[in-house]
Design a protein around this ligand. Structure first.
Ligand code: 5RP
Length: 260
């Protein structure tokens, strides 16, 4: 692996613990002004606690100061919306030149394995991985799940392994029962996606189980920025990911930091 690729990967997955808390705030690319991301004020308060920020180029340019040194994972797939007819038909939405101009540490691309559009998304991912290899930028493949797709270990290990075989450097996938199967059959690091907002205790429990199963961290959005106390929640997630806290201990961190 070339120096640039290794350097950027180490900006995403922290060498000190081998783990990462990626903050996903890219939802606007298909959901518009998502609750909690209306003006990015919440995101700004979370920046000191996130290892990496995953977002779109529009949000980056409009809401984040260039002086900020948080590593950026740029969403480069999209082109469809939650109210359109073909949500799963994402394509490439950013040129590699613009990604380089933005000095990103990673590129993120969603694949829709098993959907009508799987081929388009897999070829799109392959293209982005070619760019990543050429310029030393790691690619995070996101195994998106549509309504008609599974969320079990069988499906998620298929999609994750395919992403790795196509050359992805990191895979973002959902937690499921037997998550260790997904991790064990994927040769590249896995980060757990957060999914819809659930109670803080449950989100911390899910994070704990994912880390115990071998995930290198989380790429979590709504369960942090929609929490009743996002700053307390991200610190609780950090405790699990970086400090080997149990779910119970992390919930105590949440309670302790809450309201401060
Ligand atoms: C969709 C995505 C997201 O837009 C986002 O990153 C999801 O984060 P979360 O589910 O934790 O809110 O990757 O596939």
């Amino acid at each position: 692996m070339d120096w640039g690729m290794k350097n950027r990967l180490s900006r995403i997955i922290k060498p000190k613990t081998g783990h990462t808390v990626m903050l996903a705030v890219d939802h606007g690319y298909f959901m518009g002004p998502t609750t909690g991301l209306e003006n990015f004020e919440v995101v700004k308060s979370l920046l000191p606690y996130a290892d990496t920020l995953m977002l779109t180029r529009g949000a980056l340019r409009n809401y984040i100061k260039p002086e900020n040194d948080i590593p950026i994972v740029l969403r480069v797939s999209g082109g469809t919306s939650i109210i359109g007819k073909e949500l799963l038909r994402e394509g490439i939405i950013v040129s590699i030149e613009d990604a380089i101009k933005l000095n990103v540490s990673g590129l993120a691309f969603s694949i829709m394995v098993g959907s009508e559009f799987e081929r388009d998304t897999l070829l799109g991912l392959a293209k982005v991985i070619d760019w990543g290899e050429e310029y030393g930028i790691p690619v995070v493949a996101v195994t998106a799940v549509g309504k008609e797709m599974g969320r079990d270990a069988r499906y998620l290990s298929l999609a994750s392994r395919m992403a790795a075989e196509l050359g992805a450097h990191i895979v973002k996938t959902y937690y499921c029962e037997n998550f260790e199967k997904v991790v064990d059959t994927c040769p590249v690091p896995i980060v757990m996606a957060g999914g819809k907002k659930i109670p803080e205790k449950d989100a911390l429990e899910m994070t704990y189980k994912a880390i115990q199963s071998g995930a290198v961290g989380v790429d979590m959005g709504r369960n942090i920025f929609q929490s009743e106390d996002p700053v307390a929640m991200i610190q609780a997630v950090r405790a699990v990911v970086h400090e080997e806290a149990t779910a119970e201990e992390a919930f105590e961190v949440f309670e302790e930091k809450r309201g401060k």
